[in-house]
Design a protein around this ligand. Structure first.
Ligand SMILES: *Cc1c(COP(=O)(O)O)cnc(C)c1O
Length: 412
């Protein structure tokens, strides 16, 4: 499979960290994606522009910083299935969630509830809790958290749409992740979006684990808004710049409330320094500050690599690669763990999550000692993310051998 892999050569475009002069088996691209070899060049271009041009770099040089957020637009749009005007890279993920809530969570006396998944990523939980309180409401009344059925670790789409229908006219917002960080479940975005719209609610997604991992069609699916981070599957470096999507039916509505800043203000008037906020059309109208050029340079480098590979091709490989990992895990007879990620490839991205009954931490530590980089999520999950951009079928095979050994060692 590695020999026939059309994407196999992309591995050479990344720095693969090594351990005792052997490359790590790196299955943590869901937490921090590896560094493309072109990243340094992109950063150096902007460091050089700063060195040579200083403030003139805003309008001169090969990539004037005034326009810098525009250079990633087409790439982002293709990646998430949007029109270029519907996306922009800016800020960080949690900050963007809060900003988008200003526009898209507008509770009234009748319509104030939010549907989210129970056990959402902590930052999202804190965001929802504090947003609800900010509106003077009580999270225990306003927040509906969807839990898996007893004995299950993932949500049924029909349970999500039923909960939406049940909340009906009280429902202001559906705010879910695209791919759940813990279970690896890929939610049915079009069906959920339609169900939300059927009851008059807004539907937004946190795509931290979806962007660059699974194909997305945000525009056609009619999603109202979304945001993601770039340092996981998008390989743009620690704390890298986030991105937002605002559907053009909202993006071109200047009356939608929002928190303004000069970079969201009409760019032709920006330097007139006048009173009166006139938002840019599209997602750009949500920008606050001038571009984080260095972070965006790293993002641009990585997006070009993704674009060359193509999300459709990555997805096709990902289904095989994760399918192979699943096959190997099934070969390993054990009573220690179960895979809690859906078995249907359409309902997952590249990640598989292993829930351990016992000894999980010991197995994790043994794998780490053997040069495998996976991650541990309290209380008892190991997450494995074979990333189609740089992981190989051999990585998966070697991992299986090492896991088998680690399990045997812990049993003895
Ligand atoms: C990784 C992740 C975050 C992290 O948020 P930052 O603001 O980028 O630190 C938030 N939400 C989800 C769902 C995540 O997976």
């Amino acid at each position: 499979m590695d020999e026939e892999d059309q994407l196999g050569h992309f591995r050479q475009q990344f720095h693969i960290p090594s351990h005792n002069s052997q490359e790590y088996i790196y299955f943590t691209g869901n937490s921090l994606g590896l560094q493309p070899k072109t990243t340094r060049e992109f950063l150096e271009t902007e460091l050089k522009a700063w060195e040579d041009l200083a403030v003139e770099g805003h309008f001169e040089g090969s990539n004037p910083w005034f326009h810098y957020h525009k250079f990633t637009k087409e790439l982002l749009a293709r990646l998430v299935g949007a029109e270029p005007g519907e996306v922009v890279s800016m800020n960080n993920l949690t900050g963007n969630l809060h900003l988008l809530m200003v526009s898209f969570y507008r509770p009234t006396k009748e319509r104030f509830k939010i549907i989210a998944e129970a056990g959402a990523f902590p930052s999202d939980q804190y965001m929802l809790e504090t947003q609800i309180q900010y509106h003077g409401l009580d999270p225990s009344e306003a927040l509906i958290e969807l839990k898996p059925r007893p004995g299950s670790h993932t949500l049924e789409t029909s349970d999500i749409t039923t909960a939406i229908a049940d909340a009906g006219p009280e429902l202001a917002l559906v705010m879910l992740s695209g791919v759940q960080y813990y279970s690896g479940q890929f939610f049915d975005i079009p069906t959920i979006t339609q169900a939300g719209h059927d009851v008059g609610a807004i539907v937004g997604f946190d795509l931290a684990h979806a962007a660059g991992n699974v194909p997305l069609n945000l525009h056609d699916d009619g999603v109202d808004f979304a945001t993601w981070c770039s340092y996981k599957y998008l390989n743009s470096g620690p704390g890298g710049v986030s991105g937002i999507f605002v559907h053009d039916r909202h993006g071109n509505n200047p009356h939608l409330p929002r928190f303004g800043g000069w970079w969201g203000h009409d760019e032709s008037q920006r330097f007139k320094m006048e009173k009166g906020f006139i938002p840019m059309q599209g997602a750009d109208g949500w920008q606050l500050s001038n571009v984080n050029v260095l972070s965006t340079a790293a993002h641009w480098a990585a997006l070009e690599v993704h674009d060359m590979a193509g999300m459709e091709n990555l997805r096709a490989k990902s289904i095989f690669l994760t399918g192979y990992l699943e096959f190997i895990l099934n070969q390993i007879n054990n009573n220690d763990f179960e895979v809690i990620t859906p078995t249907d490839p359409e309902q997952r991205g590249c990640q598989l999550s292993l829930l351990f009954n016992t000894r999980g931490k010991e197995v994790f530590e043994e794998l780490t000692a053997q040069g495998v980089v996976v991650d541990w999520r309290e209380p008892n999950v190991i997450r494995l993310a074979p990333v189609p951009l740089y992981n190989s079928y051999s990585d998966v095979y070697q991992f299986g051998k090492l896991l088998e050994k680690a399990l045997a060692k812990e049993a003895s």
